[in-house]
Design a protein around this ligand. Structure first.
Ligand code: ATP
Ligand code: LTN
Length: 328
C-alpha cells in the first residue's frame, strides 16, 4: 500500500504564487507516489469572518485551481473539508486532550488574534482542527510551506499525547517542505510572507492575475538601493525575486548565479515576470475550462468525499473505542 499524504489550503481569497510554489507544486509532484487527500479547508477559513456568498465562490475557485495546477482527480481526492463530517468530529475528540497552553503559544494564533477586536474560540482551536485533518487519514507526510512547521509539530504532540493516554492509535506525520519556494515573501514588503489576507494590490501575485498585472506588480516590487544583482550582499527583495524565478523554472543554484550575477534590477524584474507569466498561463487556461463546467467540478468533489469517508469513519470509530465512547 502507498504511504498517505494530506494537505489543505484555506478558501480565504485568491490563491497566490506562495500557495502555488510552497504547497501546490509539491502536491502535484507527490501524487503518484502517495495516496493523497487535498482539502479545501472551509472550516478553517471561518475562524475569521467570511462573507457567505464570497466564501461559497472561493471554495469552488480553490477546488478548480487545485485541478488546474495539475492535481489528477483520478488518483488524488480533492475534498471540501466540511463535506466529510469526521474532520469536525475528530477535532472535538482531540480538543479534549489538548492543553490550552499549547494553543495559546502558537505564533499564527498570536499574530492573527492581535489583528482582531474580538477573537473567536475557533481561531484558538484552528491547529487542533488541522491536526484532525491530518490524523483522520493517518497521513505519513504533509507537504506545506514553512509557516506551517509549528502547526505540524503541534500535530505530532497531539498525536503522541493521545497515543500515550489511550494506546497506539495515530501515525506520526512528517513535514515536507519544497526545496525552493518554502517561503515566498510579499513583493511590497519582503520582510513579510506573501499572504492571501494581506491588503494592498502590490503585495501578492494571484495565480489568476493577467500577464499585464503580473508584469506591473513585479516591476514595482521592492528591492534595495544597489543597482544590480550581487549574490553576496543582495537584499531580501532581490533574493525573493530570484527564488520565484528559480521555483518557476526549476533552474539549479549554479544556473541562477551565472545568469543573474551583475544583472541590473530592471532586467532582473523583466526576466522574472516572463518566467511567472509563462508558468501561470497554461494553468489559467485550464482553470477557465474547469470553471466553465461546474457539473464536472461538483462531480469531482462529490466522488472524492465519497471515496475518503469510509476511511475517516473507521478512524473516528477507532478513536471513540479507544476513549470508551459508545459507537453503534
Ligand atoms: P491566509 O493569509 O488566509 O492565512 P495564506 O496565504 O497563508 O492564507 P494558507 O491557506 O494559510 O494561505 O496556506 C496554504 C498553503 O500555502 C500552506 O501549505 C502554506 O504553508 C502555504 N503558503 C502560504 N503562504 C506561503 C508563502 N508565502 N510561501 C510559501 N508557502 C506559502
Ligand atoms: N493551516 C494550514 C491549512 C491547513 C492544512 C491542514 C495544511 C488546514 N488543514 C492540514 C496541511 C494539512 C495553512 O496553510 N494555513
Amino acid at each position: 500500500m502507498k504511504p498517505r499524504v494530506l494537505s489543505g489550503i484555506q478558501p480565504t481569497g485568491s490563491l497566490h504564487i506562495g500557495n502555488y510554489l510552497g504547497a501546490l507544486t509539491n502536491w502535484v509532484k507527490m501524487q503518484y507516489d502517495y495516496e493523497c487527500v487535498f482539502c479545501i479547508v472551509d472550516l478553517h477559513a471561518i475562524t475569521l469572518y467570511q462573507d457567505p456568498k464570497e466564501l461559497l465562490q472561493k471554495i469552488e475557485q480553490t477546488a478548480a485551481l487545485f485541478l488546474a495546477a495539475g492535481i489528477d482527480p483520478q488518483v488524488s481526492s480533492v475534498v471540501v473539508q466540511s463535506t466529510v463530517k469526521e474532520h469536525a468530529e475528530l477535532c472535538w475528540l482531540l480538543t479534549c486532550s489538548t492543553p490550552l497552553g499549547w494553543l495559546e503559544r502558537m505564533t499564527q494564533f498570536k499574530d492573527k488574534s492581535s489583528k482582531q477586536d474580538s477573537v473567536s474560540d475557533g481561531l484558538l482551536q484552528y491547529p487542533v482542527l488541522m491536526a484532525a485533518d491530518i490524523l483522520l487519514y493517518k497521513a505519513n507526510a504533509v507537504p506545506v510551506g514553512d509557516d506551517q512547521i509549528q502547526h505540524l509539530e503541534l500535530t505530532r504532540d497531539i498525536a503522541q499525547r493521545f497515543n500515550a493516554l489511550y494506546g497506539e492509535t495515530f501515525v506520526m506525520p512528517e513535514t515536507r517542505l519544497p526545496t525552493v519556494g518554502a517561503r515566498i515573501m510579499g513583493l511590497d514588503d519582503p520582510s513579510k510572507k506573501m499572504s492571501k489576507s494581506e491588503a494592498g494590490s502590490g503585495h501578492a501575485i494571484s495565480m489568476l492575475d493577467e500577464p499585464g498585472v503580473i508584469r506591473k506588480k513585479i516591476m514595482r516590487a521592492t528591492t534595495d538601493s544597489r543597482p544590480a544583482v550581487d549574490f553576496d550582499s543582495g537584499g531580501a527583495g532581490v533574493l525573493n525575486l530570484l527564488t520565484i524565478h528559480q521555483a518557476f523554472t526549476g533552474w539549479s543554484d549554479d544556473q541562477v548565479k551565472r545568469h543573474f550575477a551583475g544583472m541590473r534590477y530592471g532586467d532582473l524584474k523583466k526576466t522574472v515576470a516572463e518566467a511567472v507569466v509563462a508558468g501561470l498561463e497554461p494553468l489559467q487556461e485550464r482553470y477557465r475550462r474547469i470553471m466553465a463546467d461546474p457539473g464536472y467540478l461538483h462531480g469531482v468533489l462529490r466522488e472524492s468525499a465519497d471515496r475518503v469517508r469510509p476511511f475517516a469513519d473507521a478512524t473516528v470509530r477507532l478513536v471513540k473505542q479507544r476513549m470508551g465512547i459508545y459507537t453503534d
